[in-house]
Design a protein around this ligand. Structure first.
Ligand code: ADP
Ligand code: ZN
Length: 604
């Protein structure tokens, strides 16, 4: 293992941005955050995934004297960030259960000698008293708390260890603390402030829009076929497919493989070794599609994930947004698909209402799920609907979602809706969708005759819609809260107060006409169009070789965008190569000659 020194201290953030990170300018609110933290202030930073949060603590940690401590919940996240930092010539290390005794000893040596720039550490380790005592004796430049929403007990990533982090204020007086998250949830913001004792922290709230992501949301009809149709537009691209259950993960991965699409499963029941292997395969340059439960994803900072599919309804709008946010971190076009069905909806509601949480929490969770349903069922722009839930107003439709690309038709469903409600009431609000549709369509099943439902006035009055049509109608009524499920009653549908005016004929109901899978055409391949593309492939080869030699993912060496910029510029000297965005001093020293040699040999 090479011996590293700390970087020489440079106070000017612009210079460090250029020479260390190889970047030309700040993005969004980065500069403000960095200025505030460098001046010693605490900060809460809310930026969407891919917004550039890491720079907000990495850079001031390098500009201020002392060790930068970064609290991170996941080993995978630490590992990749440390690898990326070391590529930049920064002496970064991670202390966690995955490292051996020898490496641990070396990290401690570096730490005591003041040679370490950044230390990544899990919260439970950081908060061990001996460890805190050792660190508190040394100069500390800042403390960053990544994935800070893990303190939120209402959220989906709650980690008990995070609650202890409030004590850091007392241990490190005067050291700026910066909490970061991509969770847009308004509620978690104040929780982060309270639970991390960040009373005086300035809040930096960026727009949560991810304009390069195209949203597609469509009812679940034949999920595998819908998935395959979507993947046709994404051949050879990197992507994640989320399923609700472990079984569904295994089945979907197997089905994809049998259709010639390389796919690997990932879920909590796989042993740690298989999980790590599948994750590493996914992180590789030409990796497989990863089919996963939500156990996978937090801390995965692969920049070139081109698609994210949800085969089932996620638990909340926040969860959906965070999971889809893993696509397109590099800013290039990315696409998402969500398939949702009545079954999912019932299951999710049941998972919440049957859960252990207090009623108050259940109400919040149900609310968050309703918000997602609203987005699913809207006939308008998805992005406008999503951002509205996060308290952001978008003046015009986005032009980059399924609703904008193929506007949804709506239809006057007032009379069918009244028939549906009447079928529910006349059967005593004791039955689920399947049976209600049988009644409406006039199907004489055993159950129908057993209960005498063939004698009802509503029997067979619903011939204007087919089964799918009725299912869609019930789903949309449920999404609008006009119909609810009675979980104490085997999921029977019951009418809510909001349904009453329909029955009275006091309001009209306009519903979205369900279309078939309406995913947009293949997004143009992000990079390397035209003449530079042969050169881009040559550079990818070079990168693949280096990444194999160093056993780090390809994107840790260079991003696609950097390779594309090199191919475009065709620099003939180190000085010219240094001008390419993404090339800092360290990468120039390490790989400059290799790249120039590859360029010189490539055909003109
Ligand atoms: P987050 O942690 O917010 O999801 P990252 O810190 O991983 O985002 O940054 C996302 C991507 O944006 C990374 O590939 C990073 O290199 C790039 N990036 C961040 N800041 C800048 C910048 N100022 N200029 C160019 N690229 C940037
Ligand atoms: Zn739109």
């Amino acid at each position: 293992m090479e011996v590293c020194a700390a970087l020489p201290l440079v106070n000017d953030p612009h210079e460090v941005l250029r020479t260390v990170f190889g970047l030309r300018g700040f993005r969004g609110r980065q500069e403000e955050v960095i200025g505030h933290v460098m001046a010693g202030g605490d900060a809460i930073v809310l930026m969407p995934t891919g917004g550039g949060k890491s720079l907000c603590y990495q850079l001031p940690a390098l500009c201020r004297a002392g060790l930068g401590i970064i609290v991170s919940p996941l080993i995978a996240l630490m590992r990749n960030q440390v690898a990326a930092m070391r590529q930049l010539g920064v002496n970064a290390a991670a202390l966690n259960s995955a490292i051996g005794a020898e490496e641990r000893a070396r990290i401690w040596d570096d730490l005591r000698a003041g040679r370490l720039d950044l230390l990544y550490v899990a919260p439970e380790r950081l908060m061990m008293p001996e460890f805190l005592e050792a660190l508190a004796r040394r100069p500390v430049s800042l403390i960053a708390i990544d994935e800070a929403h893990c303190v939120s007990q209402w959220g989906h990533d709650f980690r008990r260890e995070y609650l202890q982090l409030a004590e850091l204020r007392a241990w490190f007086p005067g050291v700026p603390r910066i909490a970061l998250t991509a969770t847009a949830d308004v509620q978690s913001r104040e929780e982060i402030r309270q639970r991390l004792a960040l009373d005086d922290a300035r809040m930096f709230l960026a727009s949560f829009d991810r304009p390069n992501i195209r949203y597609n949301i469509t009812p679940k009809a034949s999920p595998l076929r819908q998935l395959l149709a979507f993947l046709k537009n994404h051949e050879g691209e990197s992507g994640i497919v989320y399923c609700l259950s472990r079984n569904a993960v295994e089945e979907t991965a197997a089905a994809l493989n049998s259709h010639g699409i390389r796919a690997l499963p990932y879920h909590a029941r796989l042993d740690a070794e298989t999980r790590a292997r599948n994750q590493d395969a996914f992180l590789a340059d030409d990796g497989p599609v990863l089919v996963a439960t939500i156990a996978f994803g937090m801390g995965i900072d692969k920049p070139d994930v081109r698609f994210v599919v949800h085969m089932d309804l996620p638990g909340s709008l926040e969860a959906y947004y965070q999971e889809t946010g893993r696509a397109g971190r590099d800013g290039a076009p990315a696409e998402t698909l969500l398939l949702y069905g009545m079954q999912d909806l019932m299951l999710r509601r049941k998972m919440i209402t049957d859960g252990e949480a207090p009623d108050e929490v259940k109400r919040v969770e149900l609310g968050k799920m309703e918000a997602l349903l609203g987005v699913c069922e809207t006939a308008g722009c998805r992005r406008q609907a999503i951002l509205a839930c996060f308290g952001e107003t978008m003046a015009a439709p986005c032009g980059n979602c399924d609703s904008c690309i193929t506007p949804a038709e709506t239809w006057d469903a007032t009379i069918p809706a009244r028939k549906a409600l009447s079928a529910m009431l006349r059967t005593g609000q004791n039955f689920g969708v399947g049976h209600l549709v049988d009644v409406l369509l006039g199907v004489e099943t055993d159950k129908v005759t057993r209960f005498g439902h063939d004698q009802l006035p509503t029997f067979g009055v619903g011939k204007e819609l087919d089964r799918k049509g009725w299912q869609s109608l019930f789903r949309q009524l449920a999404a609008r809260g006009m119909v609810a499920t009675d979980h104490d009653h085997y999921g029977a549908l019951v009418m809510t107060e909001a349904g009453r005016p329909i029955l009275r004929g006091a309001v009209e109901v306009h519903l979205r006409r369900d279309a078939r899978v309406r995913t947009a055409r293949r997004a143009d391949r992000a990079f390397a169009a035209g003449g530079a593309s042969a050169l881009f492939e040559v550079l990818r080869e070079v990168r693949a070789r280096i990444s194999r030699e160093q056993k780090v993912p390809a994107y840790v060496i260079f991003h696609d965008a950097t390779l594309a910029a090199i191919a475009e510029a065709r620099p003939a000297s180190l000085a010219a190569l240094a001008e390419v965005p993404g090339i800092g001093r360290s990468k120039l020293e390490r790989y400059g000659e290799t790249i120039l040699a590859a360029l010189a040999q490539a055909p003109a």
